[in-house]
Design a protein around this ligand. Structure first.
Ligand code: SAM
Length: 249
C-alpha cells in the first residue's frame, strides 16, 4: 500500500529517532500504512577511508562544517531532488523561515518530505542549492536538527487524514484557525471551590460556540496579540473583541 506521506530523514544520528517514532499516534499511523518514515544515515554515503562527513571552515574559525558530498550523494540516491510539486527537500537551520501551523498544513498535503538534520557548527553553504525549503523551529540554537525534525514530523503527521481519529479535533487547535484555543474543563464540576463556567453545562450549543469563540479571542488578545494583527475579523469577532476590550482594559 502506498503511504499518504513518506518522510525521509537524513541524519548522522539515526538512533535518536527510535523512541519518538515507535510510540503513540505516529506508530499507529505507520502500522496503518498512512505514514512511512525512513531514517537515512548520510555517513553511509561518505566514500573516504574514514567516512568523513565534516571538515574545517575555509578562512578559519570555530568548529566543523558538514561537507557537501556525502549529504548530496545521499539525497541524489534517495529522493527526486525536489523536482516535482509533491516533494520537498527541507533543510533545518536556525536561519530558516520560522515553522508554523500553516507550513505544517501545506506540507501535510505533499507526498514526500525529505528532512536534512544539520550538525556541528553548520554546513557548507553550497548545500543550500539543493533544498526547496529551509525551516527553523524557533529563535534558539540546538546542537543538531534531529529534535527539530521530530517536532516537524509530529506536527505535520497529525494533519494527515486518518492519523488522528477525530479529524475535527485539530480544527480548533491553537493556531489552526489563527487563534489560541479556548479554555477546556472536565469533571469534577467543582474542584476545590472552582466551578466550571455555567454555560458549558447548559447544553445550549449556540451559546457554547459563542462563549468558546469569545474566550479564544480573549486568550489571543491577551497572550498573543500579534496573531490578531493580520487576521480578517468577522463581524461577530469584531463585536466580541469590543466587549472583551471593555471587560479587560
Ligand atoms: N552555527 C549555526 C548558525 O548559527 O546558524 C548553528 C548550527 S547548530 C549548532 C547545528 C544544526 O542544528 C543546524 O545546522 C541545524 O540543522 C540544527 N538546528 C539548530 N537550531 C535549530 C533551530 N532552531 N531550528 C532548526 N534547526 C536547528
Amino acid at each position: 500500500m502506498n503511504p499518504d506521506l513518506h518522510f525521509k530523514i537524513f541524519t548522522l544520528f539515526p538512533g535518536m529517532f527510535e523512541g519518538p517514532f515507535n510510540e503513540s499516534l505516529i506508530k499507529k499511523a505507520i502500522d496503518k500504512g498512512i505514514l512511512t518514515i525512513d531514517v537515512i544515515n548520510f555517513r553511509d554515503y561518505a566514500f573516504s577511508k574514514h567516512q568523513t562527513v565534516d571538515d574545517t571552515p575555509f578562512g578559519g574559525g570555530q568548529g566543523m562544517l558538514l561537507k557537501p558530498e556525502p549529504l548530496i550523494e545521499a539525497l541524489e540516491q534517495n529522493t527526486g531532488m525536489g523536482k516535482n510539486d509533491e516533494e520537498e527537500i527541507i533543510l533545518l537551520s536556525p536561519q530558516g523561515k520560522r515553522f508554523t501551523q500553516k507550513d505544517a498544513l501545506l506540507l501535510s498535503q505533499k507526498k514526500e518530505l525529505s528532512i536534512i538534520c544539520g550538525h556541528y557548527e553548520g554546513f557548507d553553504e553550497r548545500i543550500r542549492d539543493y533544498v526547496t525549503k529551509e525551516y527553523s523551529i524557533g529563535d534558539y540554537v540546538l546542537t543538531g536538527g534531529e529534535i527539530p525534525a521530530m517536532v516537524m514530523v509530529d506536527c505535520i503527521s497529525r494533519l494527515v487524514p486518518g492519523v488522528i481519529k477525530e479529524e475535527s479535533s485539530f480544527l480548533e487547535d491553537s493556531f489552526y484557525n489563527g487563534l489560541l484555543e479556548y479554555p477546556h474543563y472536565t469533571k469534577p464540576r467543582n474542584f476545590r471551590g472552582k466551578e466550571v463556567p455555567e454555560i458549558l453545562l447548559s447544553g445550549h450549543h449556540e451559546n457554547i460556540r459563542k462563549w468558546r469563540l469569545k474566550e479564544a479571542l480573549r486568550r489571543t488578545l491577551i497572550r498573543r496579540p500579534d496573531l490578531l494583527e493580520n487576521r480578517e475579523l468577522s463581524k461577530e469577532e469584531i463585536k466580541l473583541l469590543k466587549e472583551i476590550r471593555n471587560e479587560e482594559f
